[in-house]
Design a protein around this ligand. Structure first.
Ligand SMILES: CCCCCCCCCCC/C=C/C(=O)SCCNC(=O)CCNC(=O)[C@H](O)C(C)(C)COP(=O)(O)OP(=O)(O)OC[C@H]1O[C@@H](n2cnc3c(N)ncnc32)[C@H](O)[C@@H]1OP(=O)(O)O
Ligand SMILES: NC(=O)C1=CN([C@@H]2O[C@H](COP(=O)(O)OP(=O)(O)OC[C@H]3O[C@@H](n4cnc5c(N)ncnc54)[C@H](OP(=O)(O)O)[C@@H]3O)[C@@H](O)[C@H]2O)C=CC1
Length: 304
């Protein structure tokens, strides 16, 4: 007799249940295309490095020999991640609790890094987020929060890094994790506006800052299994994979390895660019995180 899978909340039979990212043991053991000393001697700052994509990248960068700093608002989460990386990789990242939305806290973070390490080689702007809602219903505070976090916060970090690099005459490298906004992003107009801002800010800075030997690029994830999924209702999670022609979700390693490609010598002639990591979603369709409206066909094709 065929076993009937428990598909109460999830997609079509055969597709795996949504995951919320790899375990720490998995992150420590994931195969990587990179050699193990690729980032030795380099200092890497990852915002939002206590969870999700940022945590995956922190594991990878530490495994490749970098000195890693992870920052975010919640100290406990950062400490837990730093402990795990130390336990599994043998190198402890520096956890710094702060908000990228506060320029003074950004300045203090960079003071701390230059005091402790004397240099910074890579800034990865990964901290970000939003909530799903029809734009017409956004509160002013909600709009301001998402713009402040994703656009202003990212800019404070970029400017602080570039000013240090100019002062030191050292050059540096910035990669910002944005989102796949090429076709717009219904029910996420605030984040779409902010991420588009970061993409075009980066393209502009790539030219302005080239004389300082600073490269500026973005990566745009589509649907990536991470702790970040916890903010979405299960009905939305059940549809996420349907928005791309590969009919699956990506994982944090897909993004982490792409970021390292841009950081490492493999990316030395790349600046002002956007690397999309979305299984082809940009060619295919919208996610509709808060539910597909009747006007656009109501329910998703799988009936969810
Ligand atoms: C939304 C769709 C996403 C993309 C569409 C699909 C893309 C592919 C699918 C994959 C989806 C994953 C994408 C990810 O990015 S996953 C990881 C992301 N993690 C998060 O998004 C969590 C972080 N989010 C937040 O922390 C908050 O949403 C926020 C960015 C607003 C920051 O909150 P914070 O509390 O720090 O900010 P403020 O106190 O300044 O403001 C809070 C005000 O924001 C409004 N708000 C917040 N949540 C909602 C909600 N659910 N509905 C409506 N309004 C909301 C509200 O005005 C808050 O103020 P009040 O608390 O006073 O009411
Ligand atoms: N997962 C996905 O499918 C996609 C993710 N993205 C983007 O990728 C990035 C990482 O997301 P993901 O790992 O999935 O989800 P997470 O929610 O795990 O990551 C977001 C991180 O940002 C940190 N953060 C939020 N606000 C601030 C702040 N004001 N100052 C400093 N840190 C902050 C959070 O830590 P804390 O709360 O402790 O501050 C958290 O670690 C985000 O920018 C996200 O929007 C884009 C497209 C798709």
């Amino acid at each position: 007799m065929n076993e009937v899978p428990d598909m109460a909340n999830f997609e079509q039979a055969g597709a795996p249940r949504p995951k919320f990212g790899f375990t720490e043991s998995e992150l420590a053991a994931m195969p990587t295309v990179y050699r193990e000393d690729l980032l030795a001697g380099q200092v890497v700052l990852i915002s939002g490095g206590g969870s999700g994509i940022g945590k995956g990248l922190a594991f990878l960068a530490a495994r490749l020999g970098a000195d890693v700093i992870i920052c975010g608002r919640r100290a406990e989460k950062l400490e837990t991640t730093a402990d795990a990386i130390e336990r599994h990789v043998g190198k402890r990242p520096l956890p710094v609790s702060m908000s990228i939305r506060e320029p003074e806290e950004v300045d203090a973070l960079f003071d701390r890094i230059y005091t402790d390490y004397g240099r910074l080689d890579h800034l990865v702007n990964n901290a970000g987020g939003q909530f799903p809602q029809d734009a017409i219903d956004f509160s002013r505070k909600g709009w301001m929060s998402v713009i402040d976090l994703n656009l202003n916060g990212t800019w404070w970090m970029m400017q602080a890094a570039a000013q240090r690099w100019r002062e030191a005459g050292s050059g540096g490298n910035i990669v910002s994790v944005v989102a796949n906004v090429e076709r717009g992003m219904p029910q996420a107009a605030h984040t779409c506006a902010a991420r588009a801002g970061v993409i075009y800010l980066s393209k502009t800075l790539a030219t302005e800052w080239a004389p300082h030997n600073i490269r500026v690029n973005c990566v745009a994830p589509g649907v990536i299994e991470s702790e970040g999924f916890h903010v979405y209702p299960e009905e939305a999670l059940a549809r996420f994979h349907d928005a791309n022609p590969m009919k699956r979700r990506g994982d944090v390693w897909d993004v982490a390895e792409a970021v390292v490609y841009l950081m490492a010598p493999s990316g030395k002639f790349i600046t002002g660019d956007l690397l999309v990591i979305d299984g082809g979603q940009a060619q295919n369709g919208a996610v509709w995180p808060a539910g597909r409206p009747d006007y656009f066909g109501g329910k998703a094709p799988n009936g969810v």
